[in-house]
Design a protein around this ligand. Structure first.
Ligand SMILES: Cc1cc2nc3c(=O)[nH]c(=O)nc-3n(C[C@H](O)[C@H](O)[C@H](O)COP(=O)(O)OP(=O)(O)OC[C@H]3O[C@@H](n4cnc5c(N)ncnc54)[C@H](O)[C@@H]3O)c2cc1C
Length: 308
């Protein structure tokens, strides 16, 4: 461990979702000192029950999975700080991270800060209740299976909306694409593709969402739509700002650019999970975290600081 002062650690992990927690366990087991700073807004915490995690044939609630992963990292001495990293600065080859409570100095930082899904215009409490009941869903790859044969509305338009609706069409013949904010922005080809696939498309705005006992209903313009589940396809905001603040390059979509070992373009700075480009899945986040943590360890070793 490098002695850089009272709040010095070998590695800082920003984000305590699946990526950050998996990396933390690896770092602890490499005998490196690590701190995880986390504001507790993991997307995984919102999963009522994930059914595509290898090793959990009956599924597991996202909050339970996070709890287990946290416990596992703690077992190897990883420290946790429920704090937001507000600033990241690179000075003399080291990083200084400011949190609400204190400063942390380190040589290696993993950004596992995830992303934020854009939501339809609806009351926040209603949204969260609908999410918990599976009436609102955000990830067809994760839970499309659960809506097999059901009535599905996709809120979106343009290429992204069409792609999501077409994806869901492989689970159900009852898919409707509704524009969130007014008339659809679809060219002739897109309309033809939807028609051929048997996907109905309705202009918005999508509004007045109501949770019913066995369904969710909302207005699409002047029409009422009642379905089993709604998939917003409104894009997302990538939480990459700490990386860009120290000069890390981003992809066109706004994700942090990384090499095959999860190194960003800034020496000593790594990234894993939804904040980098790829399939936004827990298993992918965990795999990237394993790569990142091992690269952090090996890069520290090359610098001669990982010996006991
Ligand atoms: C409703 C829903 C259902 C899903 N279902 C599945 C599923 O069944 N299977 C599957 O594989 N995937 C599923 N996903 C996707 C999965 O949740 C994500 O791919 C996964 O959580 C990504 O992990 P992550 O660690 O990269 O990011 P996150 O889990 O989002 O964690 C990021 C963490 O970083 C913290 N953070 C951000 N900025 C800062 C900062 N500046 N300082 C401190 N902390 C910060 C946040 O508070 C958060 O805790 C689902 C997603 C949603 C929304």
């Amino acid at each position: 461990m490098i002695d850089l002062g009272r709040d010095s650690v070998d590695c800082l992990v920003v984000g305590g979702g699946p990526a950050g927690l998996a990396a933390a366990t690896y770092l602890g087991r490499f005998h490196l000192s690590a701190v995880v700073c986390d504001t507790g807004e993991s997307r995984a915490a919102r999963i009522p029950c994930t059914r595509n995690q290898p090793g959990f044939p009956d599924g597991i609630a996202g909050a339970d999975l996070l709890h287990r992963m946290r416990r596992q990292a703690k077992r190897y001495g990883v420290r946790f700080d429920e704090a937001r990293v507000t600033t990241l600065v690179r000075e003399d080859g080291r990083f200084r991270a400011d949190t609400s409570g204190r400063d942390i100095v380190t040589c290696r930082v993993l950004l596992a800060t995830g992303l934020h899904n854009r939501r339809p215009h609806m009351d926040r409490r209603l949204h969260d209740e609908a999410l918990a009941q599976g009436r609102i869903r955000y990830c067809p790859i994760c839970d499309g299976y659960e809506v097999t044969g059901k009535r599905i509305a996709v809120i979106g338009t343009g290429a992204h909306g069409v792609r999501e609706a077409e994806f869901l069409r492989s689970y159900s013949p009852h898919v409707t694409l509704v524009c969130a904010d007014g008339p659809h922005r679809l060219d002739r080809l897109a309309r033809e593709r939807l028609t051929v696939a048997g996907i109905e498309f309705l202009d918005g705005p999508a509004s007045h969402f109501v949770l019913r006992r066995d369904s969710i209903a909302f207005q699409a313009g002047d029409l009422w739509v009642q379905v089993d589940s709604v998939y917003p396809a409104l894009g997302s905001d990538i939480r990459s700002e700490l990386g860009t603040a120290v000069g890390a390059a981003r992809t066109r979509e706004g994700c942090l650019q990384v090499d095959a070992h999860q190194r960003t373009t800034v020496p000593g700075l790594y990234a894993a999970g939804d904040v980098v480009s790829g399939l936004d899945q827990i298993s992918v986040a965990v795999g990237q975290a394993a790569l990142a943590a091992t690269a952090m360890r090996n890069d520290l070793s090359d610098a001669g600081v990982a010996r006991r």
